[in-house]
Design a protein around this ligand. Structure first.
Ligand SMILES: Cc1cc2nc3c(=O)[nH]c(=O)nc-3n(C[C@H](O)[C@H](O)[C@H](O)COP(=O)(O)O)c2cc1C
Length: 181
């Protein structure tokens, strides 16, 4: 059994979180990349038409006795299209899995509650966990929060340490991959 962290990141936050988390739990880290440079216009078009981009992974990276942890931002309340493309390649997931995201927040909390169910429907198996971390919680209290400030925020080493510790605590003494063999 291998724990595999599979991440996509556009501006680096989820990449940094995935790398730090993989290191902390002794997992392999695979990155979803794209052959073509991404633009803001492409994000909007893909979101409108639910179009999947081409990516570097094939979907054969996960075996039945692995535990997969997907890490990705949200775009307009939906999972970022390069991770969606990867999940569509898998069709039904052969292993247990969880999902992590470092995102701006919950403008509409229902979007994110439905996400766990959607993920289960998409992959034919419910996730063992969905953990969403909010950038707003990394900023000092009292700071005025604008959408621009939150979207442009880039995590630092201290944030990453705190985020990884809180994710590990949330997963508990016997994390969901414990006993996978
Ligand atoms: C086009 C675009 C759309 C976004 N939509 C959302 C969203 O719906 N919900 C959210 O919480 N964050 C949203 N964000 C903010 C990102 O999730 C946040 O900046 C995240 O930390 C970026 O991760 P990355 O650096 O790994 O790409 C959006 C960012 C971009 C660029």
């Amino acid at each position: 059994m291998k724990i595999k962290v599979i991440s996509y990141s556009f501006t680096g936050n989820n990449e940094a979180l995935a790398a730090e988390f993989a290191k902390a739990i002794g997992a392999e880290h695979l990155r979803i990349t794209e052959p073509k440079k991404r633009t803001a216009g492409k994000i909007v078009r893909e979101n409108l038409f639910n179009r999947d981009p081409k990516i570097n992974l094939s979907g054969d990276e996960i075996s039945v006795d692995d535990f997969a942890i997907f890490v990705s931002p949200f775009w307009f309340g939906k999972i970022a299209s390069p991770l969606r493309a990867y999940l569509n390649l898998l069709k039904s997931i052969p292993s247990k899995y969880g999902f992590l995201s470092l995102c701006v927040g919950y403008d509409n909390p229902e979007t994110y509650q439905k996400f766990k169910i959607e993920l289960g429907q998409m992959l034919g198996r419910a996730p063992e966990f969905v953990i969403l971390k909010r950038i707003a919680d990394l900023l000092p209290p009292g700071q005025e929060l604008s959408q621009k400030l939150l979207t442009e925020y880039r995590v630092n080493q201290e944030d990453l340490k705190m985020l990884v510790a809180s994710i590990i605590e949330e997963l508990g003494d016997t994390p969901p991959w414990f006993g996978n063999s």
